[in-house]
Design a protein around this ligand. Structure first.
Ligand SMILES: Cc1cc2nc3c(=O)[nH]c(=O)nc-3n(C[C@H](O)[C@H](O)[C@H](O)COP(=O)(O)O)c2cc1C
Length: 236
């Protein structure tokens, strides 16, 4: 493991930047079409974690697809958000299912599951279960009627909180409140996930993924406690 040492770290001025490299290229966002901005943004916002979302259709089909426009939006209650775009204006199966029954599961794939995560993005009709097609066993939810992926080291059972549309392509930001965290035995130590053991995967631009590189441990910084607005501070 590499540990940051301020005494030996290079300063930004000595990292070999040339004047040419310091001259940025300017692209006016208004001149770019949706495909161009998608390519650009998915190369800029990297690496992205992947929400591998299971959802259930009205007919009971278990749908599975990866979404990397994904982040934390609240920690009390815990909430995550995912941006789901459209295919030529039409909602994706995941978006339709979540809208219809208000539930989904965010599964976290590890290195062993990378190929399945990738292949689950193939555009199948709504009556085809990607989980079944890929031979992935599913386990029933505790708080939701949507199953989770048994092989995933972590799964988050979510209830829909809100759907917010953004922009001109019909993309929607789905926020879900986490009801139950499923965490594989041995991954949680003192309330913290052991990232090296988790072996997470992430998405880069195009069909490119990355695995965890070096973990760089910095000095712990004192941070003001997170409290409920108007509530009394809780012990850390
Ligand atoms: C790793 C990965 C990440 C993806 N991230 C997103 C995303 O954040 N938003 C999105 O709309 N589509 C994303 N996609 C594309 C969807 O997974 C794809 O459209 C899929 O067919 C949707 O499936 P569904 O119609 O069953 O919901 C991603 C694809 C891959 C391979």
């Amino acid at each position: 493991m590499w540990t940051y040492n301020p005494a030996t770290a290079a300063s930004p001025k000595t990292r070999g930047h040339t004047p040419e490299q310091d001259t940025p290229m300017h692209l006016n966002a208004a001149d770019l079409n949706p495909e161009e901005t998608y390519k650009l943004m998915t190369g800029v916002v990297v690496p992205r974690p992947i929400a591998w979302i299971s959802s259930v259709s009205g007919a009971g089909t278990v749908n599975l697809a990866p979404f990397s426009c994904y982040t934390i939006v609240s920690n009390k209650p815990p909430m995550v958000g995912v941006n789901i775009g459209r295919k030529a204006g039409v909602r994706k199966d995941t978006a339709v299912n979540i809208k219809n029954n208000g539930e989904f599961v965010v599964n976290i794939g590890d290195e062993d599951l990378l190929e399945s995560v990738h292949l689950s993005a193939v555009e199948h009709p709504a009556d085809v279960s990607e989980a079944e097609l890929l031979g992935l066993d599913v386990l029933p939810g505790r708080s939701v009627a949507v199953p989770r992926i048994g092989a995933a080291p972590i799964s988050l059972e979510c209830r829909l909180h809100s759907i917010t549309p953004f922009g001109e392509t019909g993309a929607e930001f789905f926020v879900g409140e986490i009801m139950v965290f499923h965490i594989r035995e041995g991954l949680l130590h003192n309330g913290k996930i052991d990232t090296a053991q988790l072996r997470p995967i992430c998405r880069l631009g195009g069909p490119n993924y990355a695995t965890l590189g070096d973990i760089v441990t910095m000095a712990t910084l004192a941070q003001t406690a997170k409290t409920i607005i108007g509530g009394a501070p809780e012990a850390a």
